[in-house]
Design a binder for this molecule. Structure first.
Ligand SMILES: N[C@H](CCC[C@H](N)C(=O)O)C(=O)O
Length: 271
């Protein structure tokens, strides 16, 4: 079976994307693993299918390279860029993803501004945080992040009993000056460090706000620069449980993940 695909990268998180609006392909776990394999396949952190949706511009199906599914922030940004190139949107768009509807906007110079769903809860494990931004994220603040054993320590936490059965993504964060943080992520479902993780840097920015960082937080990653905007309900931070009296039932809302997404090449693959 010959399948036409596009290859996109969003701050180094890379994806094979298939326009599945008419083809109706479905892939087995083994096929997904093969497509994403960096020697025997195209090579990618994930595979995405752009499909028709009854009321929104498109439906986005995301698979990690091991075939598991979740919300992918960087993947969503790449899909918006590709949907624009397919003529599915003009600037603004609304699409469906793993955790429901998302609005997004393609700004100048390949920059995509993606609205993330609101966050109702931050859990704390000692000095560490756990936040679900559409995908589950453990966040640990460290120093000398460039030397940190991201793979070893990330894998151990990813498979910790505390996060069974689904596991979690693991983010290591160093706070820098000028309202900036640096994030490295061990990604569940890729089972390795990726060059950036969109839902991960979003979770890290929200955790940094508990330490006093203000919106917008600038985030450095191995794959490039991202930015996260957010609003905090008047009840304040994670230390204060949701305060229904402030009129906003979410702890964090109007959350936006902003950064570049570029097409790398397109081609055909034999499956
Ligand atoms: N590995 C994540 C999904 C992809 C997240 C990441 N690529 C992003 O940009 O959000 C998980 O299984 O929870």
């Amino acid at each position: 079976m010959k399948i036409h695909f596009y290859k996109y990268q969003a701050t180094g998180n890379d994806f094979v994307i298939v326009d599945n609006r008419t083809a109706g392909y479905s892939f087995t776990k083994e096929q997904i693993e093969r497509i994403c394999q960096r020697k025997f396949g195209v090579g990618a952190d994930g595979l995405m299918l752009i499909e028709k949706h009854p009321s929104l511009d498109f439906n986005l199906v995301y698979y990690n390279s091991d075939g598991s599914q979740s919300l992918c922030g960087n993947g969503s940004r790449a899909a918006v860029a590709m949907a624009a190139s397919l003529g599915l949107l003009k600037g603004k768009t609304s699409f469906n993803a793993y955790d429901g509807r998302h609005d997004a906007e393609l700004l100048s110079g390949d920059i995509v501004r993606l609205k993330m769903n609101s966050v109702k809860e931050i859990k704390k494990f000692g000095n560490d945080f756990f936040i679900n931004t559409g995908s589950p994220h453990f966040i640990r603040f460290v120093s000398k992040i460039e030397e940190h054993p991201v793979y070893e320590e990330g894998r151990t936490i990813r498979y910790d009993e505390a996060f069974k059965p689904g596991g979690t993504n693991v983010n290591f964060v160093e706070v820098l000056a000028d309202n900036t943080i640096y994030v490295r992520t061990y990604e569940r479902g890729v089972e390795n460090e990726t060059l950036s993780c969109g839902t991960g840097v979003t979770a890290a920015a929200l955790a940094a706000s508990v330490l006093g960082y203000k919106s917008p937080v600038k985030i450095g990653t191995l794959g490039g620069e991202l930015m996260v905007e957010f609003k905090i309900s008047q009840s304040g931070h994670a230390n204060n449980p949701l305060d229904p009296t402030n009129g906003h039932s979410d702890l964090f809302y109007d959350i936006f993940l902003i950064g570049p997404a570029k097409m790398v090449f397109e081609g055909n693959l034999e499956l």
